[in-house]
Write a protein that binds this ligand. Structure first.
Ligand SMILES: [Zn+2]
Length: 348
């Protein structure tokens, strides 16, 4: 079969190539790839900055935002041939740490977890892949290709859960939400907040392209410019850019008692404000700053429900470009109007 593979930590090593069929040890459910979403992590891996091949191997099959169709459900699953499924990305560490022991592998505390297409397990950018039945999430058949948005939806399902869990520390009546960054994660956050009784605002650099209309279609307000120029103090900020000044401005701008959830992974930046001043703002306003990454099975299950209950027409506008597997390099190059780019293995 064909697969998109990479020699991790080697820039320029990604290839679309012949690759052995998935090993039966990778799971009893055999799946035909339909589509795989591309995100910044894939770009990082292909650029040689991140990623680990399986033990004893030199190459890693890329891809963690899967959608596939069951070819063979195997002897011990309730799946049927033809079901649409998405594979869970992270696996608990083998020790296991207390969090992995109770199934909260997203909160793994020793860092020895593995991740499909990222860390020591092959990903989903191959014509066929296998999964253990307990790591396959069945997707509502009516979603079709939109099932490829499930993995990003799990990330935001967890992040929103974290915000409201943190909110239970005190009496809290949030009215306004700011989402910084209108990429797939930010837009899915705006979608999920828009179904609650909250005023939703999204801030991004782009003033053209599909993002402003996607936000307005949710009944939310779109902003460009600085967080500090907003004419309200957000009760909730979900930070999806990972950009230093946006994070610093968010901490300064959040309302008293407000909660900031950081989901963006950036690097560097100039420390525009002294750390003790940032801490003082957080202390005097009783703020919470919570980081959130990955998702466990509870979030995957809920994200599946959230996606199935969402407006299909709006979701379909998030997938702005589809590329063939042999053109994967094009999928990895960011274009100005991209929201989510997917690699299409076959039609459904
Ligand atoms: Zn762990």
């Amino acid at each position: 079969m064909k697969a998109i593979t990479v020699d991790p930590m080697q820039s320029g090593s990604a290839r679309y190539e012949d690759f052995p069929e998935p090993d039966v040890n990778e799971g009893s459910v055999l799946v035909e790839a339909v589509a795989v979403g591309v995100c910044g992590t894939d770009v990082d891996i292909v650029e040689g900055n991140y990623g680990w091949a399986p033990p004893g191997k030199s190459r890693l099959v890329l891809g963690h935002e899967s959608l596939g169709r069951v070819i063979d459900p195997g002897p011990r699953s309730s799946l049927k041939r033809g079901d649409l499924v998405v594979g869970i990305v992270r696996r608990p560490d083998p020790v296991p740490c207390p969090n992995c022991a109770v199934g909260e592998w997203d909160m793994c505390s020793n860092g020895l977890y593995t991740e499909r297409g990222i860390k020591e397990i092959h990903g989903f950018m191959s014509e066929r892949w296998r999964t253990e039945p307990e790591y396959a999430i069945k997707v509502d058949a009516s979603l079709g290709i939109l099932g490829v948005l499930l993995e990003p939806m799990t990330v935001i399902t967890k992040a929103i859960e974290q915000v409201f869990q943190a909110g239970q520390r005190a009496y809290w009546e949030p009215k306004t939400v700011l989402v910084t960054g209108a990429g797939p994660i930010g837009l899915l956050a705006a979608l999920r907040f828009s179904v609650r009784n909250l005023q939703v605002h999204v801030l991004d650099r782009a003033d053209t392209g599909p993002k402003p209309d996607l936000v307005r279609a949710l009944g939310a307000t779109y902003h460009t410019g600085s967080v500090l120029d907003l004419d309200f103090d957000p009760d909730i900020i979900v930070e999806c850019t990972g950009v230093g000044p946006v994070i610093a401005d968010s901490i300064q701008k959040v309302a008293s008692g407000g909660i900031i959830c950081l989901t963006g992974v950036g690097h560097g930046g100039v420390a525009s404000r002294a750390v003790a001043d940032v801490a003082k703002a957080v202390v005097l306003k009783n703020n919470v700053i919570v980081g959130s990454v990955n998702a466990n099975k509870r979030h995957w299950y809920r994200a599946g429900q959230n996606l199935a209950n969402s407006d299909r027409a709006w979701l379909s506008r998030l997938i702005t470009r589809r590329e063939k597997p042999q053109d994967f390099q094009k999928a990895l190059e960011r274009q100005p109007d991209d929201v989510k780019v997917s690699i299409q293995f076959c039609e459904i």
